[in-house]
Design a protein around this ligand. Structure first.
Ligand SMILES: Cc1cc2nc3c(=O)[nH]c(=O)nc-3n(C[C@H](O)[C@H](O)[C@H](O)COP(=O)(O)OP(=O)(O)OC[C@H]3O[C@@H](n4cnc5c(N)ncnc54)[C@H](O)[C@@H]3O)c2cc1C
Length: 387
């Protein structure tokens, strides 16, 4: 049951819901239990054109904005699926659309729009530097018409189900740049080619069924035409992708939040203990109502972040705040949902424990709540820099 109000994106919502209905809970549960990848689901989304939402029409996509893209991701999670299997293409897209050359756009975008290629992977995080991104140690050194990459990444998702990866590497040593955010560059990596010539991928088994990996680069050669934008400006470009990622994940958490509140409202309305529905107790009602209020509030911040992003205006604060609020709201909704299902919350067939694990991730990735608080304290409130 869909309880919240309708909005101007109702057509998209209805269409995505109809597609998602072809992949019921049993499908996502089985994929989770098998630690598999929802290939048929992602393929269906691609065939229906949803994965090309952000590609301009001139390149075969539908030319929609981040707002519409976020509605697609929200609806997938709201229908019981997990956008984590496919959101990479959405958040990577603007990096290529906004910062790629015309030649790169012509070469890749139509093939991504048709589904021939997938751009699902982004390689930023490293084991020894964590969130301190400007200190990454992976280097790309220019040799003739190629860049030679050495280093290591961790938690790099969907590599096995992507053709292309956006890779962040240092092209000028940290000691030689004025600002630590300078001297970083981004590249488009042809994954199949790279696996044969210097890139090794090691899957990480994890709590969520999230396809993610350690990656090792040993003298990997990338043609110079795969550099996106200007050398040394990669950190600025990757922020476009990171703001999109945070906003999309906020929408996914909102979808999760509504899924949890819908589920728990239905359950507590029907479950009778002590001769009445458990939902008649205010001790049960209040945590659910509180989570719902927080989801609705997070939704407003997500809309603001999307509007700013789509207008090409700065949206770092809003993207971070939307992610913070939505991840917190979905986690509170998840807790209430699990709690009021009693023992059944732990049974796989109810899907609550799966969604609970899935939504928990977003307190940590793609950016932890602490780092968002630190961003707001320093960049919005002007408090002294702490690191
Ligand atoms: C399932 C999964 C998928 C992922 N997919 C990708 C991907 O596709 N591409 C990619 O590049 N990365 C990916 N990541 C990485 C993710 O973005 C990082 O895990 C996340 O940014 C946190 O970095 P870290 O794990 O190195 O934690 P650290 O940076 O080591 O931080 C650990 C914890 O310490 C705290 N902390 C750290 N510094 C501070 C501080 N200054 N003040 C206060 N608290 C602090 C935070 O609470 C944080 O949660 C993924 C991670 C996971 C788990």
């Amino acid at each position: 049951m869909y309880r919240n109000r309708t909005d101007e994106y109702q057509d998209i919502r209805e269409a995505v819901r109809a597609l998602c209905a072809e992949f019921p809970a049993e499908y996502h549960r089985r994929i989770d239990q098998e630690r598999g990848y929802p290939e048929e689901f992602v393929e269906a989304l691609t065939r229906a054109g949803w994965m090309a939402a952000l590609i301009p029409e001139a390149y075969g996509g539908s030319g929609l904005g981040l707002m519409e893209a976020s509605v697609i991701m929200e609806e997938i999670n709201r229908a019981g699926g997990n956008s984590g299997a496919c959101h990479g293409q959405m958040y990577n897209m603007n990096t290529l659309v906004r910062h790629g050359s015309e030649e790169q756009r012509q070469k890749y975008l139509p093939k991504i729009a048709s589904g021939e290629l997938r751009l699902q992977s982004m390689g930023v995080t490293e084991p020894t530097t964590g969130t301190d991104t400007t200190k990454i140690k992976t280097t790309a050194v220019k040799r003739g018409d190629r860049y030679v990459v050495n280093g290591q990444k961790v938690w790099i998702s969907r590599v096995q189900h992507s053709d292309l990866m956006i890779l962040l590497a240092r092209t000028t040593p940290l000691s030689e740049v004025k600002k630590k955010s300078e001297g970083l560059s981004i590249f488009l990596v042809d994954i199949a080619q790279a696996m044969k010539t210097g890139m090794t991928v090691k899957p990480i088994l994890n709590m969520v069924n999230h396809e993610t990996n350690e990656i090792f680069f040993d003298e990997l050669e990338i043609p110079e035409e795969n550099l996106i934008g200007e050398e040394g400006m990669g950190f600025k470009y990757i922020l476009t992708g990171l703001n999109a990622e945070r906003t999309l994940i906020a929408a996914e958490c909102i979808g999760d939040g509504y899924w949890f509140t819908d589920r728990v409202v239905d359950y507590v309305s029907g479950r009778e203990v002590f001769g009445r529905p458990i939902g008649q107790n205010q001790g049960v009602q209040f945590p659910i109502a509180e989570a719902y209020i927080e989801i609705e509030a997070a939704n407003l911040m997500r809309e603001k972040a999307c509007r700013l992003f789509d207008a090409g205006e700065p949206c770092g604060a809003e993207a971070n705040m939307a992610k913070y609020l939505a991840a917190k709201a979905s986690w509170e909704a998840a807790n209430a949902c699990l709690q009021f299902h009693g023992g059944y919350g732990f049974a796989a067939e109810y899907d609550v424990e799966r969604k609970f694990r899935e939504t928990r991730l977003y307190q940590v990735a793609p950016i932890s709540t602490n780092l968002i608080l630190s961003y707001v304290a320093e960049h919005v409130l002007g408090l002294p820099r702490s690191f």
